[in-house]
Design a protein around this ligand. Sequence first.
Ligand SMILES: *[C@@H]1O[C@H](CO)[C@@H](O)[C@H](O)[C@H]1NC(C)=O
Ligand SMILES: *[C@@H]1O[C@H](CO)[C@@H](O)[C@H](O)[C@H]1NC(C)=O
Ligand SMILES: *[C@@H]1O[C@H](CO)[C@@H](O)[C@H](O)[C@H]1NC(C)=O
Ligand SMILES: *[C@@H]1O[C@H](CO)[C@@H](O)[C@H](O)[C@H]1NC(C)=O
Ligand SMILES: *[C@@H]1O[C@H](CO)[C@@H](O)[C@H](O)[C@H]1NC(C)=O
Ligand SMILES: *[C@@H]1O[C@H](CO)[C@@H](O)[C@H](O)[C@H]1NC(C)=O
Length: 418
Amino acid sequence: MLQAVKMRGIFASCALAAVLLAVTWADHHDHHDHHDHHSHSSEGEMSCHKLSAPNADFAFALYKSLNAKAAAGKNIFYSPLGISTALSMLSTGAHGETHSQLFSTLGYSALNQTQVNEAYQHLFHMLDNSHEDEQLDVGNAVAVRSGFTPLEKFVKDVEDFYAGDIFKVNVTRLEEAAAEINRFIANETQDKIKNVVQQLNPDMAMLLINYVYFRGQWAKRFNEEFTDEADFHVDQTTKVQVDMMSRTSHYKIYRDDRNQATVITVPYKGNASMMIVMPDEGKMTTVERNISKDSIKHWQDSLSMAYVDLYLPKFYISVDTSLDDTLKAMGITDAYEDRADFSGVSETAMLKVTKASHKAALSVTEVGTEATGTTFTYLILSIPPQTVRIDRPFLFFILENSTGNIFFMGKINNPTAT
Ligand SMILES: *[C@@H]1O[C@H](CO)[C@@H](O)[C@H](O)[C@H]1NC(C)=O
Ligand SMILES: *[C@@H]1O[C@H](CO)[C@@H](O)[C@H](O)[C@H]1NC(C)=O
Ligand SMILES: *[C@@H]1O[C@H](CO)[C@@H](O)[C@H](O)[C@H]1NC(C)=O
Ligand SMILES: *[C@@H]1O[C@H](CO)[C@@H](O)[C@H](O)[C@H]1NC(C)=O
Ligand SMILES: *[C@@H]1O[C@H](CO)[C@@H](O)[C@H](O)[C@H]1NC(C)=O
Ligand SMILES: *[C@@H]1O[C@H](CO)[C@@H](O)[C@H](O)[C@H]1NC(C)=O
């Protein structure tokens, strides 16, 4: 209901996501002790790395939950980093059990809010600082109903640690307010993310918005001339026609016999890469069942450079995910109930989360940064390339090396389904 993100096919491979958490008034409110979790401590430069392990565990827990609910054959796609960011921003305003549930679900139980805030601040700083190779724009916004005044500390935390912008929404002018927020986000993202907020609810107290835009371009582009129609085997009896890109080059690959999968990474310019994991025929469920951050690590450590004829389908995926059931199943329940304690947002208003949804989109095409036709040096090699043909359902991860984050992850069962 609340979100829509449009895709612009300008870049080779772009992805964007929005997480919206709508908070409304709760009917009752039990008072919990208020702990002031906020005091400035200076964390080391490596603070953002504190998040990478818990965020990865959260990413896979989300995967398992979303996959369990997804209809057979459905594609899955989301930004674990976007969802973690939005929930962390929400937790700055939560206390008591509401806060504990958010933190334990995010895997932050060993950390306090100050450490998490500073880690995100540092992460945004790092992601911001990559200049021309910059690949990811992460932004946050909080829209609050006019007449409802969030605590100054909450506003400051959102602005300081989550690079968040605060909007006042006049509920008698919801359309104008939505348009204003959308204009702002479009401007912030050079028009890459538009119409995030489609409709504002008159009951809203607060809306948390997280947006992520990935502008990654392949380090080495695919040549359009080599893209051909080919079969993709959705399952044993179904095949679809895809535009199959191909490129012969050196790639890091790994044949995982124990997990019955082939792993290949296709680097983007900068520090991100797409890791593609293609289970052997009929083995998707086996691989999915065992997948965790340790599998990623195992694969990363086992990859080695090889001379490869890579066939990869072009695809575009855009998925709307309602997170409410998933988050509740993962232990974030109080936030949705009248007993929710968001006394860090407002001491007077009784607030609870009414809706959390996420939308992400990704386009995988040939385009990269190198000029066509400059990459034929491989012809001097005398060994024949081995073929890696991604023509059955596969998992993929867009991984960032310097911060250890999973920007996006998903499963493509059918590249022609959106
Ligand atoms: C958070 O943890 C850090 C490191 O252990 C500590 O220095 C700081 O005082 C803690 N802050 C709060 C508010 O508990
Ligand atoms: C909201 O909009 C109405 C109608 O335009 C206006 O009368 C009212 O003053 C506005 N409220 C606030 C708090 O700006
Ligand atoms: C649009 O973005 C630019 C730079 O990103 C900024 O300088 C400008 O103030 C923004 N304009 C609005 C209306 O937000
Ligand atoms: C890649 O990582 C290195 C070190 O981790 C960092 O200095 C550099 O800015 C990063 N580049 C990009 C494009 O993020
Ligand atoms: C599951 O993955 C782990 C970590 O990669 C590995 O050690 C283990 O052997 C795998 N189990 C199966 C049944 O493949
Ligand atoms: C990325 O990480 C792997 C291992 O995790 C490491 O071998 C590689 O050098 C890293 N690449 C960059 C660009 O930092």
